[in-house]
Design a protein around this ligand. Structure first.
Ligand code: NAD
Length: 469
């Protein structure tokens, strides 16, 4: 099995990309900064490998199951490297690796269904499914392995080969994952490419690619859609979110406070479908702020490799600067930090878990995606106000409603303009569900059979009916 050394740079012709440990702020290793020629070569090889890979569904199922086993066997090395470059607590890295393996197993056992359409004409039609061709998977730095698997597992199961590009902030665990998978997959079926921009832009525009599946921010998503337009490749975009949690007036604050806190602060708030705004009834607002602030002040913040840590550093310096700027802006506009409110002294990209109150509703920390450990809690008087505010941004990824009566909460959740709504919890997904954002949060559908069909194209055969007889 490959060791972390496999993530290291090999070869002479490749430039280097330094990788920073966010717990120290210092570079600790490097990855290749690959050239346009290397990218062309990789896509050409993926194209050649496609012809063998698409031919044998049973071999694919077996290979993907073995891939899941291989990921689990390499779990210790993957988890440490992931924590080192991403920052998340080691327990969260192990959970991410378990979800990576689970995605491979889930899609290993999914197959498209051939359908016969018999509509009374002298011919009948048979709808079969074929792989679209080499797929480009471009992913961000918050869940490098799990988000990659959410793309390559359905793409590979459908019979496509994949070129996977991780974020330049987190290339190492993905390179190691690529080496681990190379021990069980045929050559060039899944290749990891790493480097600075414009590597992603070139991959999205590459004429050898037939489906670009991208997870990341809204502005980059727009650029990817534009780039893929050149070759008319299919595009799936899983973009940002600004999920609201709406608390109803019958909510039991003590009972939900832990769940609500972790729905906002898991992975240091760097989760597309984290709770990014809380709307609380005015009568309960102070109680909610207090319950969340007490947790934010006492939670253990530190390096992810320290076993006591529950919240690690922000992944990278530009993201830390953005979180800091959004917080400062809100404080300057009259908000108050009930907990945190600033960067922590010392080395590393640490920001104190922050609960903001008295935040102007038009403050960018409310209307934009903060993607960090900062949570505004806003009061409302009438429920319609809260629902309008929850729906009042350009995003539409998820949302949740919290209360003692789940049916009443579900009726309110029905009014949220988003792809997934939760009652009394947030951000739990089933592997078998469709996952899709509305408005600026995405295009296309991932997850379950929808994710598989997103990597397939229909091929229809019409046959005269008398041939059946
Ligand atoms: P990003 O958009 O900056 O980068 C994402 C990826 O795109 C990286 O690999 C990056 O190198 C690459 N890239 C950059 N410019 C490119 C270009 N012009 N063409 C092609 N690729 C390019 O996002 P980020 O800062 O890495 O991640 C955070 C964002 O991801 C947040 O907005 C978050 O909400 C979103 N996200 C969404 C989901 C989801 O499922 N909806 C999940 C996780 C994260």
């Amino acid at each position: 099995m490959p060791t972390p050394e496999a993530a290291r740079v090999t070869g002479h012709r490749t430039a280097r990309l330094p990788v920073v440990d966010p717990a120290t702020g210092e570079a600790f290793d490097e990855a290749p900064d690959q050239s346009p020629d290397e990218l062309d070569e990789t896509v050409a090889r993926a194209r050649r490998a496609w012809h063998g890979w698409r031919a044998d569904p049973a071999a694919r199922t077996a290979a993907l199951r073995s891939a899941a086993d291989a990921v689990e066997t390499a779990g210790d090395d993957l988890a440490r490297l992931l924590t080192r470059e991403q920052g998340k607590p080691l327990a969260e890295s192990y959970a991410e690796i378990a979800r990576t393996a689970a995605r491979l197993r889930h899609f290993a056992d999914l197959a498209p269904r051939t359908r016969r359409i018999d509509d009374g004409r002298p011919v009948h039609s048979e709808v079969r499914w074929r792989p679209v061709g080499p797929v480009a998977a471009i992913v961000p730095w918050n869940f490098p392995l799990q988000l990659a698997a959410a793309k390559f597992a359905p793409a590979l199961a459908a019979g496509n080969t994949v070129v996977l590009k991780p974020s330049p902030h987190t290339p190492l665990a993905t390179r190691l994952l690529g080496s681990v998978l190379a021990t069980v997959l045929p050559e060039d079926v899944l290749t990891v490419v790493t480097g600075r921009e414009p590597l992603g832009a070139r991959l999205a525009a590459h004429p050898g690619i037939r489906h670009v599946t991208f997870t990341g921010s809204v502005p980059t998503g727009r650029a990817v859609a534009g780039a893929a337009a050149a070759s008319l490749a299919r595009v799936t975009l899983e973009l940002g979110g600004n999920d609201a949690a709406v608390l109803l007036d019958d909510v039991d604050v003590d009972r939900i406070a832990d769940r609500l806190f972790w729905a906002a602060f898991r992975n240091c708030g760097q989760v597309c479908m984290a709770v990014k705004r809380v709307y609380a009834p005015a009568r309960l607002h102070a109680e909610v702020v207090e319950a969340l602030a007490q947790r934010a002040k006492t939670v253990a913040v530190g390096p992810g490799l320290d076993p006591d840590t529950r919240i690690g550093p922000v992944n990278n310096a530009p993201q830390l600067a953005r979180v800091e700027q959004l917080t400062r802006q809100a404080l300057a506009a009259g908000a108050r930090a009930a907990a945190g409110g600033r960067r922590l002294d010392g080395a590393g990209h640490f920001f104190a878990p922050t609960i903001l109150t008295d935040v102007p509703p038009d403050s960018p920390v409310v209307t934009e995606e903060q993607f960090g450990p900062v949570l505004p809690v806003l009061p409302y008087r009438h429920l319609d106000e809260a629902v309008d505010a929850a729906n009042g941004t350009g995003f539409g990824l998820g949302g949740s409603v919290w209360g003692t009566d789940p049916d009443r909460a579900a009726a309110v959740a029905d009014r949220l303009e988003c792809g997934t709504a939760w009652i009394n919890h947030h951000a739990e997904l089933s592997l078998a569900q469709p996952f899709a954002g509305v408005k600026d949060s995405g295009v296309g559908v991932a997850g379950g059979p929808w994710g598989l069909y997103g990597n397939l194209r229909p091929f229809v055969v019409h046959r005269p009916r008398e041939e059946d007889e």
